[in-house]
Design a protein around this ligand. Structure first.
Ligand SMILES: [Zn+2]
Length: 287
């Protein structure tokens, strides 16, 4: 069977447009009777009356319709634009509504997305705005809602993602530059970072690292690209010269490092250096 799909544009007397498809209606009369589908569009017709005009974009074989419909959707920006009632791009194929899902504007991710009705109800107006309402509310209200999801108003305030969720987020962000990349740090943030670490934090940092972790750290420290970059940043910031004060500190800590004596040649020195050049590697070994 040669399935055909008709793409049409319905326009309401008040100006709102809807881009749709039909597999059954291929002429203006039947399309007018049909009126179109679409959650928001139907609700709109219910409220403002079915006072519409119809225009046929074309009737296409099922195999070709997807490309044409998507191109039209993108070219006319039917999802974002307030002139259109469409809540998603039309692909001329199946209606994409998933059962139990609803389209909302996500104030944290700053985009439209589908969430379960339960999820929507949970964070209604704090994080999600129902898309039908979102189209109607003013910029002022949007800003207000945006303010509300900051700090304590954020659904994630004082909560942590599960490890599972963290993994998913991490995978999704792999390879993307950090959102703070290239942005100068505020004085406030810098001050926060300057505060000494708590004893608990220090202990955590000192705590045993896994073999895997140590291996990774060694690899990172040896990466020539990374080291060149660090050096360059230091130079740019004028931090490439070690200050007299730092030198003094380094010298003191070097002097305080525990000394060991090589059993083969009797030389005394720093443990790390001695292990590298003496002990089993000592020139005098086996003499
Ligand atoms: Zn030795």
């Amino acid at each position: 069977m040669n399935e055909r799909v008709t793409l049409y544009i319905a326009t309401h007397k008040k100006g709102l447009k809807y881009f749709g498809k039909s597999k059954k209606c291929h002429d203006l009369d039947s399309l007018m009777k049909y009126g179109g589908s679409g959650k928001y569009w139907l609700r709109y017709l219910n409220k403002h009356g079915k006072d519409i005009t119809m225009e046929i974009l074309g009737t296409y074989p099922k195999e070709e319709v997807k490309e044409i419909a998507l191109k039209f959707s993108k070219d006319n920006n039917i999802v974002e634009s307030k002139e259109w009632a469409n809540l998603k791009d039309e692909d001329g194929l199946e209606g994409g509504w998933k059962k139990g899902m609803t389209t909302v504007y996500d104030n944290i991710e700053k985009r439209n997305r589908q969430v379960t009705v339960d999820e929507y109800n949970k964070y209604k107006d704090v994080r999600y705005i129902h898309i039908n309402r979102f189209r109607e509310i003013s910029d002022e209200t949007r800003t207000k809602i945006s303010e509300r999801v900051k700090g304590e108003g954020n659904p994630m305030y004082n909560k942590n993602h599960t490890d599972e969720t963290k993994k998913v987020i991490s995978q999704k962000n792999k390879g993307k530059p950090s959102p703070t990349k290239g942005k100068p740090m505020s004085e406030e943030t810098k001050q926060k970072l300057r505060v000494p670490k708590s004893e608990e934090h220090k202990q955590k940092l000192r705590g045993p690292k896994s073999e895997e972790h140590i291996r990774k750290l060694r690899l990172i420290a040896k990466d020539p690209k990374r080291n060149a970059k660090i050096l360059q940043t230091r130079r740019e910031n004028g931090n490439d010269k070690v200050s007299e004060e730092t030198k003094k500190k380094l010298s003191v800590s070097a002097k305080n490092r525990p000394k060991v004596i090589c059993p083969h040649c009797g030389k005394e020195g720093d443990k790390a250096n001695m292990i590298r050049w003496h002990y089993d590697n000592c020139k005098n070994k086996g003499q």
